[in-house]
Design a protein around this ligand. Structure first.
Ligand SMILES: N[C@@H](CCC(=O)N[C@@H](CS)C(=O)NCC(=O)O)C(=O)O
Length: 249
């Protein structure tokens, strides 16, 4: 029997979440080694030259980068389709995925989640309050304005649920974990969109494991996830001491 796919990467990474949502929605079996990337061992470094998650291992195929992985999953498991059928909308959806990965990643992950959660938990670093203040008052509102402009009066970005919705929602989830709430009066369409995304069964199945990670110190997360019933891989690439990757700030 074929081995199920392996995903390496923490449930709290938005890039990993994007990939897991695709797998859940397509009903593809997988195993996960849910490591925080800074705690990856030497084998992880060989599988992921940038020391980043997610990594997908499918037999002898190893893929890096969430967008590359999602595209592969779409082609390997076409149903249900998660990229819009219309060519122009498909290109727009890829742009929003890229916008989420780059700008939302910079602001929500590096300036907010990293300051509030990763810095203190991994590097013993105090949050920089000036960075957090600018993020919450300027950078993040500009992103939410932009996204509000893309959303239709109701429903998903391009009619059917697509990679664009999954990407945007995956990053908004980390804003929520950083205790940033979308103001429904200022961004009504986005607030509703996010609520609907969170309500998807696929999102809810992951939420249980995300919560187990969020409330557990990194070294104990694997045990907590085991307890919560996560589909863990047999082997882990976890190492005890954190190390910065080439892209780390
Ligand atoms: N372009 C990559 C970015 C992945 C990424 O930045 N992942 C973060 C986790 S949220 C990471 O591994 N950070 C560790 C590092 O950059 O050293 C993708 O789409 O997969």
């Amino acid at each position: 029997m074929d081995q199920p796919l392996l995903i390496i990467g923490s449930y709290l990474s938005p890039y990993v979440r994007k990939v897991l949502l695709m797998l859940e929605l397509k009903g593809v079996a997988y195993r996960i080694d849910p490591i925080v990337p800074f705690f990856g061992d030497e084998t992880f470094a060989r599988l992921s030259p940038l020391r980043q998650v997610p990594v997908l291992v499918d037999g002898d195929l190893v893929l890096n980068d969430s967008s590359v992985i999602c595209q592969y999953l779409e082609e390997r498991y076409p149903q249900p389709a998660l990229y819009p059928a219309d060519i122009a909308d498909r290109a727009r959806a890829r742009w929003l995925e890229e916008y989420a990965d780059s700008r939302m990643g910079q602001v929500i992950i590096w300036q907010l989640f990293n300051q509030k959660m990763i810095g203190p938990a991994v590097w013993g670093r105090e949050p920089d309050l000036a960075v957090i203040e600018k993020t919450c008052n300027q950078d993040l509102p500009a992103i939410l304005d932009y996204l509000e402009g893309w959303l239709p009066a109701s429903g998903w970005l391009f009619g059917e649920l697509s990679i664009a919705d999954l990407s945007v929602a995956a990053f908004l989830r980390n804003a929520q974990f950083s205790r940033y709430e979308i103001d429904a009066e200022r961004w009504p369409k986005l607030a509703t969109f996010y609520r609907n995304a969170l309500g998807l069964d696929a999102f809810q199945r992951l939420a249980r494991f995300e919560m187990a990670c969020a409330k557990t110190p990194i070294a104990q997360q694997r045990a907590a996830l085991q307890e919560a019933g996560a589909p863990l891989s047999e082997h882990t690439h976890f190492r005890e001491r954190p190390v910065r990757g080439p892209m780390s700030r």
